[in-house]
Write a protein that binds this ligand. Sequence first.
Ligand SMILES: *[C@@H]1O[C@H](CO)[C@@H](O)[C@H](O)[C@H]1NC(C)=O
Ligand SMILES: *[C@@H]1O[C@H](CO)[C@@H](O)[C@H](O)[C@H]1NC(C)=O
Ligand SMILES: *[C@@H]1O[C@H](CO)[C@@H](O)[C@H](O)[C@H]1NC(C)=O
Length: 428
Amino acid sequence: MRSTLKILVIFVVTLTLCDGSRVLELTDKFAEIRRDGGHWLVMFYAPWCGHCKRLEPIWGHIAQTLYKTNIRVAKIDCTRFTGLAKEFGINGFPTIKFFKVDQDFTYNGDRTKEDIVNFALRMSSPPVQEITRPDSFVNIKSSNNVFFLYVGQREGPLWESYVQNAVKLQQYAFFYATSFDVASQHVTIEGDPAAMVCKENSCYFYTVESDADLDHINSTLNKWINEERFETFPKITRGNIHEIFHTKKYVVIAIVEENKLQQISPEMLEFRDMVESVIRKNRDKYHKHFQFGWIGSPELANSIAMTVLPLPYLLVLNSTTNHHHIPEDEPTQLTVDALSIFLEQIYNQSVPAYGGNSFPVRLYRTYFEARTSIGDMWKGNPVLTTVLFGLPLGFLSLILYSICCQDILDADEEDEETEPLLQHEKKE
Ligand SMILES: *[C@@H]1O[C@H](CO)[C@@H](O)[C@H](O)[C@H]1NC(C)=O
Ligand SMILES: *[C@@H]1O[C@H](CO)[C@@H](O)[C@H](O)[C@H]1NC(C)=O
Ligand SMILES: *[C@@H]1O[C@H](CO)[C@@H](O)[C@H](O)[C@H]1NC(C)=O
């Protein structure tokens, strides 16, 4: 009996260690500790927040993955240390921040392990990382879907501009630099200096006239980086859609539905593959003006289109005006040829545009989102929804009633009216 108990105790202790040991729980001492330097990845949370609870296991895995690096992974309970939350301007939970010496950066991408780990790794490195050996190039290529590379001497306008852009966009992309000798073992380069982006096994060059000055290089390089820093066919989410709008292109989105295990039905998969094949086979034709991608959560697409879309579906967004275009045909009937005509029509602006970003549209979108989420709540839990929305309404009408009918009502009657209702509420 006793030994069973002992085993049980050991088991429980190891379990809690495995579970929590890699994530440090911080207190308000953190304000001082961080001044000692070091790199911190911190989740600011509140115990009651549902999104925080969902992030909790992911945070454990992140801590495990980053354990061997110089990044310390921690969390702070903002309901206990409100001073810290105020100091760092936390106004939503969970907030993820990266701290180094005297700077901090807020993460605003998707809360997946891979994305957060990559963010932390980028922020803990210099904005431009050196590649000195040819074999590190191979490693980088296999671990990053998209990265930027500068080739040549560390001087001149292209280099200066590359560094400035890397500092500014370090949160979102990997920037490397290497010598002509190392790079030319992997990529065909005509000369240096050069800047390129490598994605999905191909590299594409940034081009500029040879007599361009720093200002010109600076602005065209920035534009080019924003156009190139996404995968050819990324998954689009609430976390990255605003970043994707920085491409300033038309965003062509295949909308399908993923279930909880991230599976997609064969019919929808076929549709998504069709859309993907258009950009993969015709990069030269579409890449300059169109960024392709797909959405796995119809709610996001519905809130863009402000209606409940049938699935699968196709939406094309104008990233500067936020207008959207929808094909005339049934999306399931859409062929590669029909899609290419549709994209041409969008480009020459001969198809109608919907939505946008004007005030009435934003208002309607807010209304639509509120209505949908109340609708979802109702489907999920009608009783709770009734209580949440019904009770305040009940009280409101009671108050209005007593204000309007004050002089008619007898004091005794009023007591009878309110008493049972309050008791009822306590039972709820
Ligand atoms: C170059 O561009 C970067 C990023 O867009 C900006 O921060 C920087 O001030 C610019 N530098 C010059 C010299 O224009
Ligand atoms: C979006 O709409 C504006 C105004 O109609 C237009 O000038 C622009 O070319 C469109 N396309 C993109 C990708 O912004
Ligand atoms: C726009 O493109 C479509 C499809 O290629 C073409 O039929 C149409 O004539 C074009 N419209 C204009 C105004 O260029």
